[in-house]
Design a binder for this molecule. Sequence first.
Ligand code: SF4
Ligand code: SF4
Length: 100
Amino acid sequence: MTEFQALRRDRTSWTPMFIEHLEAETCIGCGRCYKVCNHDVLALMGKTEDGELVEPDDDEVERMIMTIADKGRCVGCESCLLVCGSHSIKMIPAAEAFAA
Ligand code: SF4
Ligand code: SF4
């Protein structure tokens, strides 16, 4: 697999890491990842007692969790990973993401 590299403005290279998975069991719905993501990748949802995902304002919501709404919009900045205190976000390198 060829390693994919991006360029910083000073032309040094770095490897983007894209969001791949968000673990619903450990996410506490704090919203920190959502606040730092500027690319419409994430969506806050409600979870019912039966484990069903519903709109956040639904009467049946037991707790809030973050979900991946559109992983295709991720630019690989890793900001969400850095702010998640519950280690719920899994990233993969760009080469692996593009191979999928
Ligand atoms: S890596 Fe960056 S662009 Fe991708 S979901 Fe996280 S904050 Fe958003
Ligand atoms: S920062 Fe982590 S715990 Fe908080 S909503 Fe995002 S994934 Fe869930």
